[in-house]
Design a binder for this molecule. Sequence first.
Ligand code: ZN
Length: 314
Amino acid sequence: MRAAVLIAALVACPAAADEDIADQYPGSPLYSKPVEVIPHVWSAIGATAPPTYENSGHNNNLSFIVTGDGVVVVNGGAAYILAEALHKEIRAVTDEPVRLVIDENGQGHAMLGNSYWAEQGVPILAHVDAATEIEAHGHEILESMKRYNRDKAEGTFVALPTETFEEARAIEMGGFRIQVLHLGPAHGPGDIQVWLPEQSLVIAGDMAFHERMPPIFADTIVKDWIETWDTGFEALNATYVIPGHGHPTNMDQVRRYTRDYLVFLRERIAEHLDAGGDLAGAYYVDQSPYAHLDTFDELATKNAGRVFEQMEWE
Ligand SMILES: [Zn+2]
C-alpha cells in the first residue's frame, strides 16, 4: 500500500513546462550565448530545466574569466560538444589561450566536457571529493548522459581532473586574483565556489540556485548545506552572484530561492513529523510558495521525501 502511494507520488508529475522554453541559441549546441556579467567575466546561462536532447545537457552555467594573461573556464559542461562550442565563443572575444578549467563538482554537467579540454592539453582543477566521485561514478554518469544526448554525446569520455585541492586554491592570472574555495558540504560532493574578491563576484556552483528549484539528491545533507551557507557563503558578502543555475543575480535573490527554500522545507517536514506524519504524507507537504520555480513539478515531492528521510533520524 505504502509503495503504491509512493510510486503514485513520483509519477504524478506532469510534463515539465520549463522544457517548453525554446533554445536561445539555435546554431550552437549551447542553450544560450555567453553574456559579459561584469567586465571580463562571462557566462553562458543554461536552461533551468532537466537535461534533454534539445538543450544538449546545457542546463547549468558555463562561465569564463578573461584575465589578460589567459582564460579560466568554470565547468567542463555536460558533453564534449558543449566545451567545444564554449571554446568557439571564447575565441570570438579574446586571443588569450585557455589556461585552466575548473569543475564546480563531480556532476555530469560540470565534468563530462573535460574530455574536450583534456584533448587541448588544458589543466583541469576540481575538489578532491569531486575527483573521487568522477573516478567512482564517471562511467555511469557518462552512460546516463548518452541516453538523452544520443548522437550529441559523440566524442565525450571521462577525463579526470589533473589537479585537486581540499580547502582553497589561490590563482593569480593577468589582472585577476581568483580564489577557488570549498566552503563546506552543500549540494553534493566536492562543490566549489570561485571567488573574485576584488570584483566581489562569486561563481557559486551548486551552492546557489536561481529561477529553478534546487534538487536534493540522496547525498545532499540539507542541514549541512544551510550551515555552510550561513557560516561560509554569506561571509563572502558578494555583490554579484553567478549561481550554478539561473541568471546572474545577487545574494538576496539566491538566498531567497536556495537557503530560504531549504529552511522552509525543513520547517514543513518538522511540522509533519510533529503531527506523527509518515513518508507517504511527507511528499505532499505544502510547497506552494515555490510552485512558480522551474523544475518544481519534477523535484518538489522528491525533495520533501529526501528531507523527511534525513530528519526522521535527527
Ligand atoms: Zn548543477
